[in-house]
Design a protein around this ligand. Structure first.
Ligand SMILES: C[S@@+](CC[C@H](N)C(=O)[O-])C[C@H]1O[C@@H](n2cnc3c(N)ncnc32)[C@H](O)[C@@H]1O
Length: 386
C-alpha cells in the first residue's frame, strides 16, 4: 500500500500533507476491496486533497508501476516483504523458492490447526493413560485429537475448537498446553535422559526446557539461563503451573556465564535470540525490523553464545543450536565457523538439509522451511564437542 500511495502522490505532485491513515484506508478500500470512489468519500468525509488523490488512484496501474523494476523488487512489492529479506536468501535458493516461503508466511488463514502437548507432569497418571482419558473426554464433545506421527505427546485439532480446549479442565490444569511442533523437534534433538546435566542457555519463557524436563519425568538436572529477568519470572510461573521440577533458574548473560567452579554440562541447548525471519506468520510486524543493524546485532550475540556454550560443554558433550531464522547468517555461517571443534551428528529425516555452502550441504545441520514443513522457519544443528 505504501508503494501505491507513494506512486500516486508522486504523480499528483501534491505539496499539502494528507493524513497517512486516510490514504491507507482509502487505498485499501479502492485497490483491495474494490470499493467505489463515491462510497469512500462518504466514509472519510469531503476533503479536497483526498478527492484529488482518489482521482489519481483510479489511474493506478500495476503494469505501469512495476515497469523497469527488477524481479526482486517486483517480488518485494507484490508480497509486501523488504528486499533485505530476499537479498539474504538469493545466494541459497531460487526466486521461486523464496516466493513460496514468503507466501506461506503471509497466509495467516492457512493455519487452521492447533498443536497441543500432553504434559503428564501435571497429573499423577502415566502418559498413555492420560492420553486415553483426554481423547475420550474430547470425543464426547465431538472433538478429535489427532496423534502426531513423530512425538507421542503431541496432538492436533482444528482451530475452531480453541474455545472448547481453553475451557477444558485439561487446559486449565496445565495437562494440555499449546506447543509448536518445531519446538518439540528441537528438544528431541537433545534426547534428554534422566542422568543428564543440561544447560538451556537462552531458556525463557521456558517452553523447550519444560519439555526437556518432561521427557526425563522430572529427573534430570538442568540450568535454565536467560538474560531477561522478566522473561525468567514467567518461566518460574510456567514451571510451577506445569509442575516442572528440578530446574535451577539463572539470570545471566549466556556469553559470560558465571561459573565459579569448573562446571561442565553433558548437553547444551542454545535456542538463540535472532531476527525471527522465520516467524512472520505469527509475528508479521517483524518484517519491518529486518535490516543490517538488526541482523548484525543478532549474529554477534549468537557467535558469543556459541563460543560460551562450547566452553561450558564436556568433551564428547552435545550442543544443539537453533534459531527461528531463515537467513544463512544465523544458521549455516555460524556453524561453519566452529566446524573444527565439533563433530556433526545425524539429524532425523523430518528436517530438510541445510542450505549448500560451497555447493555442499553442512552435516549435522538442518532446516524447517515454512513452505515445506508447515512450521515456522528454523535452523537446527546437533554437534558433538571433540
Ligand atoms: C528464542 S528465545 C528462547 C525461547 C525458549 N528457548 C523457549 O523455548 O521458551 C531467545 C531468548 O534468549 C534470551 N537472550 C538474549 N540474549 C541473551 C544472552 N546474552 N544470554 C542469555 N539469554 C539471552 C532472550 O531473553 C530470549 O528469552
Amino acid at each position: 500500500m505504501n508503494f501505491i500511495i507513494k506512486k500516486t502522490l508522486r504523480s499528483l505532485k501534491s505539496t499539502s500533507p494528507l493524513k497517512m491513515e486516510l490514504l491507507l484506508f482509502s487505498t485499501y478500500r479502492f485497490i483491495f476491496e474494490k470499493a467505489k470512489i463515491h462510497d469512500i468519500i462518504l466514509e472519510v468525509g469531503q476533503n479536497e486533497q483526498l478527492n484529488l488523490f482518489l482521482e489519481r488512484l483510479v489511474d493506478f496501474s500495476w503494469d505501469r508501476a512495476l515497469k523497469n523494476k527488477t524481479k526482486m523488487e517486483v517480488l518485494s512489492i507484490n508480497e509486501a516483504i523488504p528486499t533485505f529479506f530476499i537479498e539474504r536468501l538469493i545466494p541459497v535458493m531460487s526466486l521461486r523458492q523464496i516466493k513460496e516461503i514468503i507466501r506461506s508466511m503471509n497466509q495467516y488463514s492457512s493455519k487452521n490447526f492447533l498443536t497441543l502437548r500432553v504434559n503428564n507432569l501435571a497429573s499423577n497418571k502415566p502418559l498413555d493413560t492420560l492420553i486415553n482419558l483426554i481423547q475420550n473426554d474430547f470425543r464426547k464433545k465431538k472433538i478429535t485429537l489427532q496423534k502426531d506421527p513423530e512425538f507421542p505427546y503431541l496432538f492436533y485439532t482444528q482451530t475452531q475448537y480453541k474455545q472448547e480446549i481453553l475451557k477444558s479442565k485439561w487446559y486449565r490444569h496445565n495437562v494440555l498446553i499449546f506447543h509448536d511442533w518445531a519446538s518439540a523437534a528441537i528438544v528431541e534433538l537433545l534426547k534428554p535422559s534422566e542422568n543428564d546435566f543440561i544447560c538451556d542457555l537462552c531458556a525463557a519463557p521456558g517452553i523447550k526446557s519444560s519439555l526437556i524436563i518432561q521427557l526425563s519425568d522430572n529427573r534430570l538436572k538442568i540450568v535454565c539461563n536467560d538474560f531477561s529477568n522478566s522473561r525468567l519470572n514467567f518461566t518460574k510461573t510456567l514451571f510451577k503451573n506445569m509442575r516442572v521440577l528440578g530446574a535451577s533458574l539463572l539470570n545471566s548473560d549466556g556469553a559470560n556465564f558465571p561459573t565459579k567452579v569448573n562446571i561442565k554440562f553433558d548437553k547444551i541447548l542454545i535456542d538463540a535470540p535472532c531476527t525471527g525471519s522465520g516467524t512472520f506468520l505469527s509475528h508479521p510486524e517483524l518484517k519491518w525490523r529486518q535490516n543490517f543493524a538488526f541482523l548484525n546485532q543478532n549474529v554477534m550475540i549468537q557467535e558469543k553464545l556459541i563460543k560460551a556454550g562450547l566452553k561450558l560443554l564436556k568433551s564428547g558433550g552435545i550442543l544443539v543450536y537453533s534459531t527461528c531464522s531463515v537467513y544463512p547468517e544465523e544458521g549455516e555461517f555460524q556453524i561453519n565457523d566452529i566446524y573444527s571443534q565439533v563433530q556433526p551428528l545425524v539429524l532425523p529425516d523430518y528436517f530438510s538439509p541445510s542450505y549448500k555452502m560451497d555447493d555442499k550441504i553442512l552435516k549435522g545441520t538442518g532446516r524447517l522451511i515454512p513452505s515445506i514443513h508447515n512450521t515456522e522457519g528454523f535452523f537446527v544443528s546437533k554437534l558433538k564437542k571433540k
